[in-house]
Design a protein around this ligand. Sequence first.
Ligand code: TEU
Ligand code: CA
Length: 558
Amino acid sequence: MSEKANWWKEGVIYQVYPRSFQDSNGDGIGDIRGIINRLDYLESLNIDILWLGPCFKSPNDDNGYDVSDYCDIMDEFGTMADLDELLEGLHKRGIKLLLDMVFNHSSDEHKWFEESRKSKDNPYRDYYIWRPAKPNGDPPTNWKSIFGGSTWEYDKETDEYYLHIFTRKQPDLNWENPKVRKELADVCKFWLDKGVDGFRMDVITFISKSYPLQDTEIEDFATVLEKVYASGPRIHEYLKELNQNVLSKYDCMTVGEGPGITTENANDYVGSDRDELSMVFALEHMFYDNGVGGKFDIIPKKLSSLKNFFNTWDKALGDRGWNTVFLDNHDFPRMVSRYAEDKCYRVTSEKMLLTMLLTLRGTPSIYQGSEIAMTNVAFESFDDYRDVETANILKEWQEAGKSEEEFLKLVHIQGRDNVRTPMQWNTEKNAGFSKSTPWIKLNPNYSYINVAEAEADRDSVLHFFRKLTALRKQHSTWVYGAYNELSTGSEALFVYTRKDENGAYIILLNFTGEVQEFTTKLSPQSVLVNNYKDLPYKNARYELQPWQGAVVKLENAV
Ligand code: TEU
Ligand code: CA
């Protein structure tokens, strides 16, 4: 084993989106007490690390990704005492807690920004990025916000623009200013001293800007992320500083959200000799069906590009850094709807995807509801959508005279609210999520997709997931073993081995609704995981049923 063993490599991350997990006080909004009430459920999943979406004070322009106080809890979610109790309850059950730190930007209602906008000589002016208009009166650069419109907002008070890569209520912090870095380091220290186990760091790749800020000619959205917004010249200096001054003093982990990270530069962030981040969430595969115009410019998906992503990232990070493995989160469609089949084979194909997530090399991150195969939702009216991205881009479409109907169809496929509908606990009112009307409508399929039903069904995804998480703990090869794809070029199958001195396994995954065969001399000793009863192996050939997924222990270890 070339890498150093580590709890965050062996653990399984489970992501809770607090607003949509469980409401405890009947205001229709999920809260921390709700999570506390579900601690036994979380323990029953055998997960190791809970990634809690941002729970800090926030006006909720972007559901907590716009923080107005990093050291206090959002009113709707509860109190600091609730957070302390959650932390204690998790630790008692052997589960670590990751908080979601949003350090690229704050809310415009943060006191730093309220000061900053007051005058050009305010001591907080340089906490943010201010620029005058271009001589012709245009905004300082032609950059486009990820959520539509310009990245620059004009502020009358001082007759300048401030930079916001996300919404205008999310002004970018100026990391060039050592005072800003000190403030944010103190925030980390505050939470680590409380005993939290680490952080998911929101768009951490964007914190260093390339000065002077200049117009870009690049049209392709993903390329803009990579070349203009991400990995600025001082990024590694900043991360090293934070690591050295704070993170390295605790047994904690960090996972940086990494839009714009590439296989060429990923190790600069996570290489074991770098002392920066533990891991990153590379997002390349989340954009794999995006055309030049971004997520609502959809191009056909190919299994080979998904596999290529896993192969190249494993190769890049395998020996020096550490990877993460995921197929969705609070920003992207439900994995069963996007990568598999959410109708006839919903249960079977979700089991297959989970089999993959738990057996690739890298720390798996599972989004709430995947363990019961929750699906995308298709609201009929824009009135039912809550996401600021959807609202802003709808406005752009309207202004450009483009068809709303067309956009609604695209939102059904790509919108972020697909994954933000409330967790489906049972068939009671509001799926057991809340006693009153939830902040966002439920997916009507809660009548048959819910935790209670899954608990009662021996063949459910839920029981299957528990088995997978338990098995991963027993087979260190699934964590550390070398990975090698055997099905290169196939648009139907994903077949790979995991091997080390402790064992050898072949993982066979059928990504189609048809029977497929796979020829290999690697004969089975025993089948450890299977979403069907049988796995025929005859004349050196495995036969796989529609969306079948299996983990097979091989006769001979390496
Ligand atoms: O997301 C950053 C990110 O890369 C997104 O721009 C992603 O491309 C987008 O959500 C796709 O529609 C993070 C958070 O995960 C997201 O929820 C926040 O809205 C965003 O940062 C701003 O904080
Ligand atoms: Ca509530």
